[in-house]
Design a protein around this ligand. Structure first.
Ligand code: ADP
Length: 267
C-alpha cells in the first residue's frame, strides 16, 4: 500500500496526478490518495469577499485562520470541488474511485484546539473561534472494508473533532497518520516544489536523502508549511512506514517519479 498526499498549492497538475495514479494502480499497486486544496480555497475565499488570513503560532507554524465561514468555504473546495474532480477523473480512466472527507464515517478524527495562540508583530493574541485540530485517529476498519470491496479511496480534510465538528486538520499529518495506521510501505507527498530545498528559491539545492534521525537537522531549511511535511514524515516513519518521499507534483508522472526516488527521500 502506498499513500499519496497531493498538495493543493498553485501549479499542481491534478490531471497528470490522476493519469499517473491510474497507470500505477493498473500495475496492481494499491494506492490511496489524500489531497489538499489551499490555492483553490484562497481563490474562492477572495471571490466570496472573505480573503484568506494566515496566522503564525508561537512555535513558528503557519496555518489558515479557519473561522466558521472559512470552514464552510474550505469544505466546499476540499470535499466538494477538488475531491469530486479527482474522483471523476479517475472514474474516467477506469478506476473505481470513491471520495470521502475525514468527517464521513469518522475517517479522520482528533481534538479541536480549544484556542490558538498567535503572534502578530510583537503581540500574542488568542483566537477562540478557530476550527482547527489534529488527526489522531483513523477509521482503518472502514478503509479496509472499502478497499476490500474494490474501491480506490480519495480522501480529504476536513477531519472530525471528538465533539462532532468539522475541523481543518492538516492534510500532510492526516496522510501520515493514515499511512502509519495502514502500515503502508511508502508515503509520497507531492507539492509544488521538487522536494526539500536548502534554498527555497533554488531548485538545484534539492536535498535528495534524509535519514530519519537527521530530520531535525534538515528541518532548519524548512519554512512555513514545509515544516509540517517533515513533521508528518517523522510521524509516518515512527508509525512503521519505511519511506517518505517529498516530490514534485507538477511533472507528467509525479507518483512514478517519486517512487523511482526523485525528490527528497526520508528513510
Ligand atoms: P501543499 O499545498 O503542496 O501541501 P504547502 O504550500 O503546504 O504545499 O507547502 C509547500 C511549500 O513549502 C512550498 O511551496 C514552499 O514555498 C514552502 N517551503 C518552505 N521551505 C521550503 C524548503 N526548504 N524547501 C521546499 N519548500 C519549502
Amino acid at each position: 500500500m502506498i499513500v499519496v498526499k497531493v498538495g493543493g498549492g498553485e501549479g499542481i497538475d491534478l490531471d497528470a496526478v490522476c493519469s499517473d495514479a491510474a497507470d500505477v494502480l493498473k500495475t496492481g499497486q494499491k494506492l490511496i490518495i489524500v489531497h489538499g486544496g489551499s490555492h483553490e480555497t484562497n481563490l474562492l475565499s477572495a471571490r466570496l469577499g472573505k480573503p484568506p488570513r494566515f496566522v503564525r503560532s508561537s512555535s513558528g507554524m503557519e496555518s489558515r485562520y479557519t473561522d466558521r465561514e472559512t470552514l464552510d468555504i474550505f469544505t466546499m473546495v476540499y470535499a466538494g470541488k477538488i475531491n469530486k474532480y479527482i474522483v471523476a477523473r479517475l472514474q474516467c480512466l477506469g478506476i473505481n474511485a470513491l471520495g470521502l472527507s475525514g468527517i464521513d464515517g469518522g475517517l479522520f478524527k482528533g481534538p479541536r484546539k480549544p484556542f490558538v495562540k498567535i503572534v502578530e508583530g510583537d503581540k500574542v493574541k488568542v483566537l477562540r473561534d478557530d476550527f482547527t485540530g489534529r488527526v489522531e485517529q483513523v477509521n482503518v476498519g472502514l478503509i479496509r472494508l472499502l478497499i476490500a470491496a474494490g474501491y480506490t479511496l480519495v480522501l480529504t480534510p476536513p477531519a472530525l473533532s471528538y465533539e462532532g465538528e468539522a475541523i481543518n486538520g492538516d492534510g500532510d499529518r492526516g496522510a501520515a497518520a493514515l499511512a502509519a495506521s495502514l502500515k503502508a510501505e511508502r508515503l509520497v507527498i507531492l507539492s509544488n516544489v521538487p522536494g526539500l530545498l536548502k534554498d527555497v528559491h533554488d531548485a538545484s539545492t534539492l536535498i535528495s536523502h534524509v535519514p530519519r534521525d537527521e530530520i531535525d537537522r534538515y528541518a532548519e531549511y524548512a519554512q512555513g508549511r514545509m515544516k509540517k511535511k517533515l513533521l508528518g514524515a517523522r510521524e509516518a516513519l515512527g508509525g512503521g512506514v519505511s519511506q517518505v518521499v517529498i516530490a514534485d507534483g507538477r511533472t507528467l508522472r509525479p507518483i512514478s517519479q517519486a517512487l523511482e526516488g526523485k525528490g527528497t527521500v526520508i528513510y
